[in-house]
Design a protein around this ligand. Structure first.
Ligand code: AQP
Length: 334
């Protein structure tokens, strides 16, 4: 266990966890807990930057914790808690709102994507979301952040904020500059309906994603209906450049079967996509449905999940309070 490295990452409780969260984040979280100290947070304050029905938010929170544990996170090894239970996240976010620059936030593409065409109507919280993300990471002085590629820009902003804080308050190396840990091949799993959009919890069509709780039957149907290509499978990646849906299916297959992309193309070139889809569905069913069953089992005893959150909050609070004391001191707050 490397004591000089600390991992922090968060997942929003905005709906069902899906294959993108699983391959882009959760699998990486599980692997890292063997090597480093890890803090995994259900970021409910991030979720409310877009309106959430209160009852749904509560049940999504528990469902996300169940997803963490079902995917293999061990609450005795990793700290698992929800963001709003440690008030230091909000306090540090305010301090960092005063360090971060409006020009920096104006460049964030996720705000543009999520706010859509009428950004005047988006919440202020959605706009300053990346400052809260920086606070989440810096509150624990985390050194490594496992995320999907969609979060790379926010993480770069966290580094800029950390650097500016260290410069402004003349405390070189006070905040470490957090490093992203982005999975190489599966940095971005795309929608099964539109290969140019990422697979997402809030996408309206359930056919756009594989949920961890999907049954074997759901998975088969969704993969069968997934957009692919009328041509046969090519023998090289270049030929897939303008075929994002086909590339997405091949990428998912490569990741889930642990066969390199090149090898998949070697083995499957000249075959119809229906052949790939059948094999992909088989692999997904054998890897994802046991996780989904475990999620359902864990949700049957909510007291266990609440206990995990309580214990995680206690451990996270100790680190957060100690760091906040020093942060207040640097800023000149009494
Ligand atoms: N499609 C994806 N491919 C790879 N990684 C992904 N992640 C999310 N979608 C994909 C990674 O999962 C982690 C948790 O993400 P999140 O739930 O906190 O927020 P998100 O990225 O905004 O996820 P969604 O599903 O798109 O949620 P909504 O629809 O509510 O906005 C992150 O590490 C993310 O990179």
């Amino acid at each position: 266990m490397n004591k000089n490295k600390l991992v922090f990452s968060g997942v929003q409780p905005t709906g069902n966890l899906h294959l993108g969260n699983y391959l882009g984040a959760l699998k990486n979280f599980v692997a890292l807990q063997k090597e480093m100290e890890c803090i995994y947070c259900v970021v409910d304050l991030h979720a409310i930057t877009v309106f959430q029905k209160p009852e749904e938010l509560k049940s999504n929170l528990l469902e996300t914790v169940a997803g963490f544990i079902a995917a293999g996170l061990n609450p005795d090894k990793s700290i698992i808690f929800n963001q709003s239970s440690v008030s230091g996240h909000a306090e540090l976010a305010w301090i960092l709102n005063c360090v971060s620059r409006i020009g920096w936030l104006n460049r964030m593409t996720q705000f543009k994507d999520k706010a859509g065409s009428d950004k005047e109507k988006a919440s202020v919280g959605l706009y300053i979301y990346p400052n809260l993300m920086a606070a989440d990471i810096l509150l624990y002085k985390a050194t490594h952040v496992p995320v999907g590629a969609d979060q790379k820009q926010h993480l770069e902003l966290s580094r800029d904020i950390a650097q500016k804080f260290n410069n402004d308050f003349k405390c070189k190396d006070f905040f470490p500059l957090p490093e992203p840990l982005i999975p190489k091949n599966v940095s971005r799993i795309m929608s099964l309906r539109d290969g140019t959009k990422k697979m997402s919890k809030s996408e309206e069509s359930d056919y756009s994603r594989i949920n961890l709780k999907d049954s074997a039957d759901d998975i088969s149907k969704k993969i069968k209906k997934a957009k692919s290509d009328s041509d046969q499978i090519p023998d090289n990646l270049k030929a897939l450049e303008k075929k994002p849906e086909a590339l997405n299916l091949i990428t998912i297959y490569s990741e889930i079967s642990k066969i390199s992309l090149e090898k998949v193309l070697n083995e499957m070139s000249g075959k119809e996509y229906s052949f790939l889809k059948n094999k992909l569905a088989e692999h997904l069913i054998s890897e994802i449905t046991p996780v989904g069953k475990e999620v359902k089992k864990l949700l049957a005893d909510k007291s266990h999940l609440l206990q995990v959150l309580k214990k995680g909050k206690e451990k996270a609070s100790i680190i957060a309070e100690e760091n906040l004391k020093n942060i207040r001191e640097k800023v000149g707050l009494i």
